[in-house]
Design a protein around this ligand. Structure first.
Ligand code: NAP
Length: 483
């Protein structure tokens, strides 16, 4: 199977923070990949913008180095890279001063799609937005892409939304959550809504519980001071895990249309019950075998910030009443693994004597590594013996099933940037969604702060604190192994 590449309209994409870490690691190599795939037209341009005084040549060298560093050798085609670099320009612009804005205005065309990627600290979003409009650079159809974190609580998210709204309509604002750009996450919607098989079972009557895991092996070393102001709840749950939860739990939208999808996601967030303190476990990794502890990485020996969190959520609506959703995410865990597992209930009556061999059906959607899906079903154990049951996976690794097309699946950032150019907001968070997620998270965080709660220690390489296991044990359930 070969995937079709449909070129997007000609565009000028300005990347503010074009020399920063995110631009070098993800945005620019991703754009090269789209160029190489034939998705960018010849007359499209990418303009790097930051305060540093760089020539076009120096910026092109920086991008060439980023491609060499962050893309596998097999994806580096010297002729295509040289051709791609010709589409790049650079302007020294200060978000907080007047330097560089007239030069930027002279460069950005108004007869092509205009996109402005704010890959800078959120404190600069307002400055960029006001100067883009004040200097008459951004036209009425221009799109702005904003990076996470989108606020650190409801008040700051509202303030950010209000600032952007002074200069741009909601239909022009693309709030990135790169989890939504992952191939499997979109496949989750295809599986749910393009097949008759699952949707009739997709409710509390048939689903016992859902587990969402985003486990990382990395520590916060190198960005500990920043991470310590955030923690797993703000950094992962309020955005990425919440988005995954929404896609699993939402009602079928009437159409695969940005506002229809986002309306349904918003309803899920609004239907979340307040979380009881006993349904949350927070953890901090300890030091082991010469490796630094969280407190050392964060350079704050009194830190109460969590590097791990597990929590049980309930959605109060007709579909999900009675089905708990267990979420967990953490650093320095046993393996890097992100997955959603939907565990179905027992059949109402078993006609087989072999109760021991029986296991529930589980649909596992793997986000990383090795994206794919896997449905665990019961079959008869092969052989001439009695009627014994065993569980086998119906496995669909996308790499196996889709062959060449799966090898070349765009990275989340590539796909999302092309969606910006296409003007498709389906995979971007709307302002009210972000605010609703903070309105849910704020009281939880405030509760910890009020009670002065300390996270529990856990060993690096483990699956998190003991109490997280208990969170499920006491419901007669078990976490899936992290591997
Ligand atoms: P970074 O490495 O610190 O880069 C910041 C960029 O902004 C640099 O190009 C810097 O260049 C430019 N800049 C700083 N002040 C400026 C100003 N006043 N006017 C114009 N440009 C200015 O940051 P980053 O890691 O790339 O992160 C960028 C954004 O993405 C942040 O909002 C971050 O939270 C978000 N994000 C990053 C990652 C990641 O993996 N890095 C992941 C998710 C989200 P000059 O100093 O030359 O101006």
């Amino acid at each position: 199977m070969v995937s079709r590449v449909i070129p997007v309209e000609p565009f000028d994409l300005v990347i503010f923070g074009g020399t920063g870490d995110l631009a070098r690691r993800k945005i620019l190599p991703g754009l090269y990949r789209r160029f190489q795939a034939g998705q960018m037209t010849d007359d499209s341009r990418i303009i790097g913008a930051a305060r540093g005084e760089l020539s076009d040549e120096a910026f092109r060298n920086l991008v060439a180095e980023a491609i060499a560093e962050f893309l596998p050798k097999t994806q580096q085609d010297p002729a295509a890279i040289a051709d791609f670099l010709k589409r790049l320009q650079y302007v020294a612009v200060d978000a907080q001063g007047e330097n560089g804005w007239p030069q930027l205005k002279a460069l950005v065309r108004d007869d092509v799609v205009q996109a402005f990627y704010f890959s800078v600290a959120p404190a600069l979003f307002g400055d960029l937005a006001s100067r883009l409009t004040a200097h008459g650079i951004a036209g009425p159809q221009a799109r702005v892409v904003v990076e996470k974190p989108f606020g650190r609580d409801l008040a700051t998210a509202k303030a950010l939304n209000a600032t952007l709204a002074q200069h741009f309509a909601e239909s022009q604002i693309y709030r990135i959550d790169h989890y939504l750009g992952k191939e499997t996450v979109q496949n989750l919607m295809a599986v749910r809504f393009a097949n008759i098989l699952f949707e009739p079972l997709w409710k509390s009557e048939y689903v016992d519980h859902v587990q969402i895991t985003v486990a990382e092996t990395v520590s916060v070393e190198g960005r500990g001071a920043y991470y310590d102001t955030s923690g797993a709840m703000r950094d992962m749950v309020q955005n990425h895990l919440m988005q995954l939860l929404c896609l699993i739990a939402m009602e079928p939208p009437y159409h695969f249309d940005p506002n229809a999808v986002r309306d349904e996601k918003l309803k899920v967030i609004r239907a979340l019950d307040p979380v009881r303190p006993e349904d949350i476990v927070r953890g901090q990794y300890v030091g082991l075998k010469g490796q630094a502890s969280y407190l050392e990485d964060a350079e704050n020996k009194n830190s109460k910030t969590e590097s791990y969190i597990a929590l049980k959520l309930h959605i109060s609506n007709w579909r999900w009443k009675g089905t708990p959703f267990y979420l967990r995410t953490g650093k320095r865990l046993r393996a890097r693994a992100s997955e959603i597992a939907i565990t179905f209930r027992e059949p109402p009556h078993s006609i087989f004597d072999d109760a021991e061999g029986w296991r529930e059906n589980v649909l596992v959607i793997r986000l990383q590594p090795d994206e794919g899906m896997n449905l665990k079903v019961m079959i008869k154990e092969p052989g001439p013996g009695g009627m014994r049951l065993t569980q086998v996976p119906l496995d669909m690794s996308f790499a196996d099933a889709l062959g060449e097309a799966a090898q070349d699946v765009p990275d989340a950032y590539e796909r999302l940037i092309m969606d910006v150019i296409r003007g498709n907001q389906t995979l971007f968070m709307r302002g009210d969604e972000v605010e609703a997620a903070w309105a849910w998270a704020d009281p939880i965080i405030e509760g910890w702060e009020r009670r002065g709660e300390r996270p529990q220690p856990y060993d690096p390489g483990s699956s998190g604190p003991e109490d997280a296991l208990m969170l499920m044990h006491r419901d007669g359930r078990r976490w899936r192994e992290i591997r």
